[in-house]
Write a protein that binds this ligand. Structure first.
Ligand SMILES: [Ca+2]
Ligand SMILES: [Ca+2]
Length: 112
């Protein structure tokens, strides 16, 4: 498989790692979605229950109060696209868009 095919398979597998835990195996409940966000996007803020509910509702196109894979992708793709623009345009990176190992280390000067 190519790197892109591997990445796509990984994306599907990660979604299902969380979606099979409660109720419908192919949809993320609010609790499954919250767990996925907290574990897979550790820099995502805020992650309180009400904020997670608002995010899920805003991408829940069929209003079944769960997030299917298509809805999940519609949440992710703009973030991936935005991240690509930030990297190619060399713009400052918002911590929510990148993984923690890519966040520039804070120096003592950042806090002065
Ligand atoms: Ca589920
Ligand atoms: Ca839905």
């Amino acid at each position: 498989m190519t790197d892109l095919e591997n990445a796509m398979e990984k994306l599907i597998n990660i979604f299902h790692q969380y979606s099979v835990r409660v109720g419908d195996f192919d949809k993320l409940s609010l609790s499954e979605f919250s767990k996925l966000v907290k574990e897979q996007f550790p820099t995502w803020k805020p992650t309180d229950p009400e904020s997670m509910k608002i995010v899920l509702q805003s991408f829940d196109e069929n209003k079944d109060r769960e997030m299917d894979f298509e809805e999940f992708m519609k949440m992710l793709v703009p973030n991936i696209f935005m991240r690509a623009i930030i990297i190619t345009e060399n713009l400052p990176i918002h911590p929510c868009l990148i993984s923690p190992d890519e966040v520039p280390l804070q120096t003592s000067q950042n806090f002065k």
